[in-house]
Design a protein around this ligand. Structure first.
Ligand code: NAD
Length: 516
């Protein structure tokens, strides 16, 4: 096992001047460099409001330098044997493992989630790196011998060139790791833009990737918001854009980058439903709803935010309130914390407004976490677990993604009605059913319109040998993240037909070649 990074080495992505707060550097051509930008965005600890660092709004020249570094590194990197690229990933996964605690601590400081949950954030990304270690097999082409007399055809999957990734705040480690390890192990070079809200984990991961042996220029990092994103969409040298985040940003990026001829995979917002049948295992289902509704303060794209009870929610309400009330809301650093703060004051305001609009329109507030005060963290953006019952499809709180610790309870007469409710919602990221009936589960699996489907599983995020999918407004593009589709996204097919004959045809033939 490799020794963890020393403190001095760990800080190379931060400015070493006495500036307070420290400035996050760019990664260009293998060097962590100070930006010359005049404008910055503060990175704020959501539990305390302390400004922990500051990201620069990368200038146009710096962005150009990052793309140029990636373009220059591409020819050498694509011709590096896949076994060498795999070995770098093997070393990389070892280094990530050795630095899990440091990464998790950074995530809790910048993003707010509990340390245990932050550890899971890193671990789910680590699994993608492990998967990339088998790229030789994953990237394998196909071969048909003797498609015609003396002629064979084969296809190979080649890297695209410079690819880019644009990340959201909610999984500061996992989502960058969904993107660049697959891209670079396929032979591409990469420009990553972490979330401006919590860039630290991506920077630490980049530092470890360099330490693992990723050559200079293969991975580059730029910071910023709309302008740098638009530069990525418009740049002639960038061939593919991987995006995860909200629908407003995702659809903008999808259309702008596609219009420039790039391939785009865009994972977006969610409203994930659980359907609970009367025959479900009561205790296990209650625990699953609480964990998936309130874990990570509801800021997971796979959070279960709506529970549809077939036959009515009343028998479950008291127990849901009891279990949700028992959760500890605290700074993510506290060992007893079940959920930490939400990312910003604006996010808290938005969550509270949507809860209020539900209440104003007839939803019953069974548990209200809006006024929670956490001792010693009075300035934190905390929202306690909140339960709204009698929610209807036309309510704003149902139509919009809340992205906070709020679980909506709805009723349906039958499984068919419940499936219709889910399918009418604009989002289609994930959906789960809780039942002991295989027949009902199979009907649900067939009829439901969602990317990730859970059967007695609340957060069915697939392991990297499958793909993370999404349907309706939750995904734009056609090749999903990781798994076989992820490798296809970051490669293009070349089909080669070769002829080797003792005595090739001597006559000129102008007719369309056909198989002989
Ligand atoms: P966001 O869209 O605000 O930000 C994501 C990225 O896009 C950031 O890097 C940001 O700088 C950039 N950005 C934001 N607005 C932009 C604009 N108008 N133009 C150009 N760039 C812009 O998302 P967020 O708040 O960081 O993340 C939360 C969202 O991400 C939720 O909607 C959640 O459901 C979604 N999400 C989806 C998945 C998934 O796999 N489907 C996974 C995680 C998060």
């Amino acid at each position: 096992m490799a020794a963890p990074l020393s403190t001095a080495a760990a800080a190379s992505w931060l400015s070493d001047s006495a500036s307070s707060p420290p400035r996050v550097r760019l990664l260009i051509g293998g060097e962590f460099v100070e930006s010359r930008a005049d404008e910055h965005v503060d990175v704020t600890n959501p539990a305390t409001q302390e400004v922990v660092s500051r990201i620069p709004l990368t200038t146009a020249d710096e962005f150009r330098a990052a793309v140029d570094a990636a373009r220059t590194a591409f020819p050498g990197w694509r011709n590096t044997p896949v076994t060498t690229r795999q070995r770098i990933m093997l070393k990389y996964q070892e280094l990530i493992r050795a630095n899990m605690d440091k990464l998790a601590e950074n995530i809790t400081t910048e993003q707010g989630k509990t340390l245990k949950d932050a550890w899971g954030d890193v671990f789910r990304g680590l699994e993608v790196v492990e998967h990339a270690c088998g790229m030789g097999t994953l990237q394998m082409g196909e071969y048909v011998s003797n498609v015609s007399n003396g002629i064979d055809t084969f296809s190979i999957r080649e890297p695209l060139g410079v690819c880019a990734g644009i990340c959201p705040f909610n999984f500061p480690a996992m989502i960058p790791l969904w993107m660049f390890p697959i891209a670079v192990t396929c032979g591409n070079t990469f420009v990553l833009k972490p979330s401006e809200k919590d860039p630290g984990a991506a920077m630490m991961l980049a530092e470890l990737a360099m330490e693992a042996g990723l050559p200079k220029g293969v991975l580059n990092i730029v910071h910023g918001t709309h302008d740098v994103v638009n530069n990525i969409c418009d740049d002639e040298d960038i061939k593919a854009v991987s995006f995860v985040g909200s629908n407003i940003a995702g659809m903008h990026i999808y259309s702008r980058a596609s219009a420039k001829g790039k391939r785009v995979q865009s994972n977006m917002g969610a409203k994930n439903h659980a359907i609970i049948l009367p025959d479900a295992d009561r205790d296990a289902t209650l625990n699953a709803l609480i964990a998936a509704g309130f874990g990570a303060a509801g800021q997971r794209c796979m959070a279960l935010s709506t529970a549809v009870f077939v036959g009515g929610s009343e028998p479950w309400e008291d127990e849901l309130v009891k279990r949700a009330s028992s959760l500890v809301v605290n700074s993510g650093m506290a060992s007893d914390a079940d959920l930490g703060p939400v990312i910003s004051k604006q996010a808290k305001e938005r969550i509270c407004k949507l809860v209020q609009s539900g209440a104003d329109n007839g939803a019953r507030v069974l548990l209200d976490g809006r006024d929670i005060v956490v001792p010693n963290f009075e300035n934190g953006n905390f929202v306690g677990p909140t339960l709204l019952a009698d929610v209807k499809s036309e309510m704003e709180c149902y139509k919009e993604e809340i992205f906070g610790p709020v679980l909506l309870l709805m009723k349906a007469e039958s499984l068919d009605d419940a499936i219709q409710i889910v399918n009418r919602n604009k989002y289609g990221n994930g959906a789960s059913i809780f039942t002991t009936s295989g027949v009902s589960a199979r009907k649900f699996q067939t009829d439901i319109e969602a990317g990730q489907v859970g059967i007695n599983v609340p957060i069915p995020v697939p392991l990297p040998f499958f793909s993370f999918t999404g349907s309706k407004a939750s995904f734009a593009g056609d090749l999903n993240f990781y798994g076989k589709a992820g490798v296809q996204f970051f490669t293009q097919i070349k089909t080669i037909t070769q002829q080797w004959k003792e005595s090739p045809a001597q006559r000129i033939s102008l007719s369309m070649p056909t198989s002989q």
